[in-house]
Structures are given as C-alpha cells and as structure tokens.
Design a protein around this ligand. Sequence first.
Ligand SMILES: [Fe+2]
Length: 299
Amino acid sequence: MKLLRLMIFLAGLSCLLPAQAEERPARVTVIFDAFGKPSDLERGWGYSALVEYGGKRILFDAGGQYQAFADNVRKLKIDLKTLDFVVISHRHGDHTGGLAYVLEQNPHVKIYAPLETGSFGTPPSPPAAKALLRNAAGITPDLRYFNGQPPANLTIDSPWPGTKFTLIDKSVEIAPGLFLVKTVSDSKGTLELNELSLAIRTPQGLAVIVGCSHPGIERILEAASQYDRQLYTVVGGLHLVDKSDQQVSEVVSNFKTRWHIERIAAGHCTGEFAQVELERVYGDHHDHSGIGEVIALPR
Ligand SMILES: [Fe+2]
C-alpha cells in the first residue's frame, strides 16, 4: 500500500515538474542587439534583454531605437504588461531608446535606474539648492531665481515625465537573491557615469547581466562578487570594442584564471575581436547571444 502511495506521489510529481519549469523559466532572452543569427528581428545599436528567474520577469535595458525595439518585442511575443520591474543600466540612448514603448505598454511599471543628475528626474542636492539662494549684492529682481523665493520642492522631470523611477546610488538586494550592483566609470568620455548591473544568485554562482560596462567589466565583477565569490556567467555588453587586442586578450584570460567564470554570453559593445577571443578561450562555454537568442540560467 505504501509503495502504491509512493508511486502515485512520484507520478504526480513528474506531471508537476515540467509545468513548474514552464511557469518559472530561468533564462535571458536577447531582444535588441546589432548581431545574431538570420531572423526577421531587427538589428540596431544598443542592448535589451528579458531576464526571467525565480518567477520574476525583468526587462534589462530598452534598446537603442523605439521602432526596432517595439517590433522585436512583438515578434518575440514578449508581454511587457506583466513585467515585475525594469532595470536601466545607464543613461545612454542605446539603452533607453525603447523606454517610451515600454511605458506605453506598462505606464506604471517600476523602473530602477542609477542616480544620475538630470537624466532620470533628479531633485537637486541640498547644496545645489542652497547655491540658488546665494545673495549677490546688486542683482536686479528680474535676474533672481524664482523672484528670490525658490519652491520648497524643486524637482526636475526626466525625459519620460510622470514615470516613477527608483534611483539607486549604491549596490542593493532588491529581492531575495537579486542584486543591483552600482559602479562608476572613470574612463575618458564616460567620466563619473553611473551604471547598474543585475546580479542573480543561482545554485552555480552569480549570473551577472551588464549593459555597457563603462566602469570596466572587471570592476563590475569585483563589485558583484561581494554577494557571491562564485561567478557562473556574464551576459551583455562588456565594452571591449575599443580596447587593444592585447587588453582584450588579458581581460578574457582574467575571466578564466582570475574570476573563474563558467560561461560567457557577451553582447552589444563587447566587440568582434573579443568575441573571437571568447570563442577561443571558452569554446562550447561561450554562449552566442545575438538577437533572439535564449541563454539558459541554472535553476
Ligand atoms: Fe551601450
């Protein structure tokens, strides 16, 4: 009798498991990039991916062109109305170009973005507000800010008025096992640009989703590893496109020997030479991740 009950229980379980796997996917789907296998998806410069893990659906970045992003979302049959939240890695247009479409589909979705003065609707810091009140002797009334009486609540809209951004200025766990990793660039051209990466705790280590890696991919990995020293995969733009061959080879070698990363799914600004190096070093652990590709994550 006990054996019969066990058999019925196991039969029930085997029916349940595929259904659960279907309902709780563990994967990243690339929506927007400039390369990939032949398909009817549109290529463009920028990055966007749908991250599904632990029952959560997260849009990471929104591509670089409104129309191409919207078309790819429709062709991939991605429902933006049922997102849990959006993460915008940084302020550049190649990661925000499709945000207006996201907001048309889901106007009240929660959007995490880096605290970035003037980009995502930032109130001025108290010293800046105080500076407005500085009394300059001899100034005429028509040249005084707000007639000398600035409003108590001095806010600045983002280019997406009415959107409620949650601005992040330090790394934080936003849900169990889901982390926003904040880093700052000190590179020429993107000096002081803040960037958010998404780190997901999986049974085999962290999956780190990156937008453009302007602060440097190794700096991001260092910051992410505060949550787990074991790194499973890195997905997204590694920004090696403008580095010398020698620098690229060094970083790719470090992925293996210093960071012990199991797999790589590099996209966007990683660069063609880096893709060749990743193929050489990682072989079948190099996940090609052009538009439409689905990168499996460990569950
Ligand atoms: Fe980018």
